[in-house]
Design a protein around this ligand. Structure first.
Ligand code: SF4
Length: 491
């Protein structure tokens, strides 16, 4: 007797069987529907370029059941993760497969902004009306008056009307079916595959074990019967009629089918007209737009030098341009020197006037984690910031300070400190507001984290239009001071 294969064995991982879903659950059927649809188009699309992203929850297990690249991400964050995946790999078809609790409740903000941006993703939202995996708690889609473990007298909140929400946010495609409508799910998915932008398919899914059992639908069969008897499929249904109430039929169909430019196209069109770049490929290359006179060609960003990873933390008071300073350094290293850079910011609760910091990591290699815990270099421009961030200064690290504003004390062993009167020099140049740029010039003279051409280009790109020359003057003043320090003319 031969080995019995799963009928969707080409795309469903038999080695993961039996699956974890409860008897009668609608998730497995929906996974099969998507696998079936992909099998139908396997000669038209490259399945090596299809990725499935899930969050947490019963449906969050879906990514692991496909023979496709799969990512099981943190709770509520699959759309954020998928957005990054698509931006850095524009050729991928990115499918988000997750539950209502994950996508609409914990991750609700990501969902609405993904739709608003018309991000090029297909989102399959398994709506089982509750948090199934964690024991059946109420969520943002639990229908009014129905019971869950946290609404034992019936839910008295109004749930999201997902078709109305997603349509209002601007998604290109919005459809709703139930897990009993296999054929429609498959067709809908295939239609969505042909489109760009944000494509959202809600699947009202049987969860007899949690939501069903508490609402007199104890088995999968009860739930499927309920779905078939209590749904109405309409052509061009009005999203505002799609609120789920238990005493009226559940409206299904395609609520939105638009052809607005997806995020990638919108970005390309904007950037090709503004800066002459038509494609960001996420691999250190950009493509120039097709031009009737010029041949389309790929431009290699030069990689002038290899740089070992360096972690820089910049600290000052809100309003001193600490964030801008970090941004310029990151851009110099990344956009103009062709290295990798990661940039983060942090503010105190008081924002302006309070201590703030930004962190930049520069490396020739890919950067796995963007947060800086132990900086190699610290730049400190105010005493308040020194007090707050002194604990971050590492032994044998390098510190740059504004010598008029920071009086360092108790520095760890082996710290090499470089001091520049950045604010005083900025005043002499014309405005104290460019003290951060003076500091940038000073750092440039004393380190080789980025090339001089790159930092000047990044500076021009980052400061307000019309102030470029003034900022370059401040930069030159800081650079000159740094050169003197380097030669030992100033100590
Ligand atoms: S708890 Fe509900 S949604 Fe989760 S696997 Fe069981 S039936 Fe399916």
């Amino acid at each position: 007797m031969g080995v019995k294969r799963h009928p969707m064995g080409e795309l469903i991982r038999e080695d993961r069987m039996p699956h974890i879903f409860c008897p009668g659950c609608g998730i497995g059927a929906t996974i099969s529907n998507i696998a079936e649809a992909l099998t139908e188009v396997k000669d038209e699309i490259d399945l090596n370029k299809v990725a499935v992203v899930s969050g947490i929850g019963c449906s969050g297990r879906a990514a692991g059941y496909f023979w496709l690249d799969g990512f099981h991400t943190t709770h509520g964050r699959p759309i954020a993760f998928a957005t990054g995946l698509k931006l850095s790999n524009p050729d991928l078809n990115v499918i988000v497969f997750s539950g209502d609790g994950d996508l609409t409740t914990i991750g609700g903000n990501h969902l609405i902004h993904g739709a608003r941006r018309n991000m090029d993703l297909i989102v399959i939202c398994i709506n089982n009306f509750n948090y199934g995996m964690t024991g059946g708690q109420m969520g943002a889609t639990t229908p009014s008056h129905t019971k869950t473990t946290t609404s034992i007298y019936g839910n008295y909140e109004t749930p999201f009307n997902l078709p109305a929400l997603l349509t209002a946010c601007g998604a290109n495609y919005v459809a709703r079916w139930t897990s009993a409508h296999s054929h429609y799910i498959k067709r809908s998915f295939l239609d969505a595959l042909k489109k760009e932008g944000f494509r959202f398919i809600e699947v009202i899914s049987a969860c007899p074990v949690n939501w069903g059992r508490r609402n007199k639908l104890r088995t999968g069969k009860d739930m499927v019967k309920f779905f078939l008897e209590h749904t109405v499929i309409k052509e061009n249904p009005d999203p505002k009629d799609a609120l789920i109430q238990m005493d009226t039929p559940i409206l299904c169909g395609v609520f939105a089918d638009r052809n607005a430019p997806g995020y990638m196209r919108a970005m390309r069109e904007c950037l090709s007209s503004k800066v002459g770049i038509s494609e960001f490929r996420g691999d250190g290359k950009v493509e120039l737009p097709e031009d009737k006179e010029k041949e389309k060609k790929t431009l290699e960003i030069p990689k002038p030098k290899q740089i070992k990873e360096v972690k820089i933390k910049l600290a000052g008071l809100g309003g001193q341009g600490i964030a801008l300073l970090g941004l310029i350094i990151g851009r110099a290293a990344c956009v103009f020197d062709g290295n990798e850079a990661a940039y983060t910011q942090e503010y105190g609760a008081e924002a302006r006037g309070g201590a703030s910091a930004s962190c930049v990591i520069i490396s020739s290699e890919k950067i796995d984690f963007p947060y800086v815990k132990k900086p190699d270099v610290m730049v400190i421009m105010a005493q308040g910031a020194f007090r707050k961030y002194r604990k971050d200064i590492q032994p044998n690290s390098v510190v740059f300070i504004d010598k008029d504003l920071v009086k360092p004390s108790n520095l760890p062993e082996g710290v090499k400190a470089y001091a520049v009167p950045a604010t005083r020099i900025a005043e002499q140049v014309g405005r104290t507001v460019v003290a951060n740029i003076v500091m940038l010039g000073f750092i440039s003279a004393l380190t080789d984290f980025f090339s001089l051409e790159a930092v000047k280009a990044a500076l021009k790109m980052s400061v307000p239009k019309g102030t470029e020359e003034f900022n370059l003057k401040a930069f030159a003043a800081g650079y000159e001071y740094g050169e003197k320090v380097k030669k030992g003319e100033i100590v």
